[in-house]
Design a protein around this ligand. Structure first.
Ligand SMILES: Nc1ncnc2c1ncn2[C@@H]1O[C@H](COP(=O)(O)OP(=O)(O)OP(=O)(O)O)[C@@H](O)[C@H]1O
Length: 361
């Protein structure tokens, strides 16, 4: 656990970069610092590895003040990733990644083996090991930066806008892989970004900073979306926060309808009040949507429109179900159980009836 206890930083020119910030970054979780430019995010991050020392207050790692530890020793247990990766241009990729193991005195063979292993983990082709940074794309360089920070297996990782310099598609890929890696490694991560969407996607907890180094809100993403502390936070989060909240509601909590699901061989269809019915086979696998008015024989004989979107009842969020509903000709999303059989359908009001977890406080 990393604890900020009334941390302030006033630079010699009088700029207040942090103003009595108190918060806790939980062990094994991702804490995101987000906020306006100049809000003090980077300064706050750097107080953890003593690149900046506070002018008041304390930063503690597992209860021990970081100022009681020499910076060099402290930093060996803290990985650091920055924008543009900050790679050494004249070192090969493998040597860049092995930087800290070399510093720790590992033998070359072991350090390089570790570097190659990490290249695979962060999704880099090990064929690139002998290349130099300039021979890699921006996204690949960022992966090298992450691999380098992980090389000595530090329990803590500080990441300052690590994915900001790449295009949105690559960025989304990096975010996905980062989350996958974190699920495996469970590092204590503090992540700075100016992008609220990235914060919501990655953060277990989010700290919102505003100019003057003030911490305005420290909350889960769900709660931040549902209950912004003030107008500043609400404006910072931006539009669509209602829809974005649906990403935190589980599809498993949806009330599913079954009245419009009919077997292909059914004798008669008793859903005259619905314009569409979902036709399923004997195993309840979806075949397509039929217009009720076009069913003259069995449903299976009627013209079928594609199923459109489906969602996984066990694992998807309500946002996924909403997407599926929008893609469905009937405006109804088809929920599938673990065996691929139709568990039921949901649309419109059903999707909005689920409270997001943040909504209850
Ligand atoms: N060495 C320094 N001397 C004086 N002022 C500084 C110094 N470093 C940072 N500042 C100021 O401290 C404030 C906070 O800076 P910081 O870099 O922590 O903000 P940030 O939230 O990370 O901003 P950004 O998103 O733009 O990177 C800013 O006003 C900045 O100009």
């Amino acid at each position: 656990m990393i604890t900020f206890d009334g941390v302030s930083k006033r630079y010699p020119d009088g700029t207040v970069a942090l103003d009595e910030v108190s918060l806790e970054c939980e062990t094994g979780r991702i804490t995101v610092f987000v906020g306006t430019s100049g809000g003090g995010k980077t300064t706050a991050l750097r107080t953890i590895n003593r690149m900046v020392d506070p002018t008041a207050g304390r930063v503690l790692i597992d209860g021990a003040d970081v100022r009681d530890r020499p910076p060099a020793e402290l930093r060996r247990g803290i990985g650091y990733v920055i924008q543009h990766a900050g790679l050494f241009p004249h070192r090969t990729i493998v040597d860049n990644i092995a930087t800290v193991p070399y510093l720790l005195g590992w033998d070359k063979k072991k350090a390089r083996a570790r570097a190659l292993d990490l290249m695979e983990r962060v999704g880099l082709d090990t064929g690139m090991a002998r290349r130099y940074p300039f021979q890699l794309s921006g996204g690949q360089q960022q992966r090298v930066g992450v691999a380098r920070a992980l090389a000595a297996d530090p329990p803590i990782m500080l990441m300052d806008e690590p994915f900001s310099a790449v295009d949105p598609v690559v960025r989304a890929e990096l975010q996905d892989e980062f989350l996958r890696l974190q699920a495996e490694l469970e590092k204590t991560i503090v992540f700075v970004t100016h992008d609220i969407d990235e914060a919501i996607r990655l953060g277990d907890k989010i700290a919102v900073f505003r100019t003057g180094g003030k911490l305005v809100q420290f909350d889960t993403p769900e709660h931040l979306l549902a209950h912004p502390a003030d107008d500043f936070v609400a404006e910072f989060i931006g539009q669509n926060r209602g829809i974005r909240s649906l990403s935190f509601a589980r599809a498993a909590d949806l009330r599913l309808r079954d009245d419009v699901v009919v077997k292909e061989t059914a004798a008669g269809v008793d859903a005259a009040d619905s314009e569409w019915v979902l036709v399923v086979d004997a195993d309840r696998r979806p075949l397509g949507w039929a217009r009720t008015a076009e069913i003259t024989g069995t449903p299976g004989e009627a013209p079928l429109s594609p199923v459109g979107g489906t969602f996984d009842v066990a694992t998807d969020t309500v946002r996924g179900a909403l997407d599926a509903a929008v893609l469905s000709p009937a405006g109804l999303a088809v929920g599938l159980g673990p065996d691929g059989a139709v568990a039921g359908v949901a649309g419109g009001a059903d999707l909005l009836a689920v409270p997001t977890h943040g909504g209850t406080g």
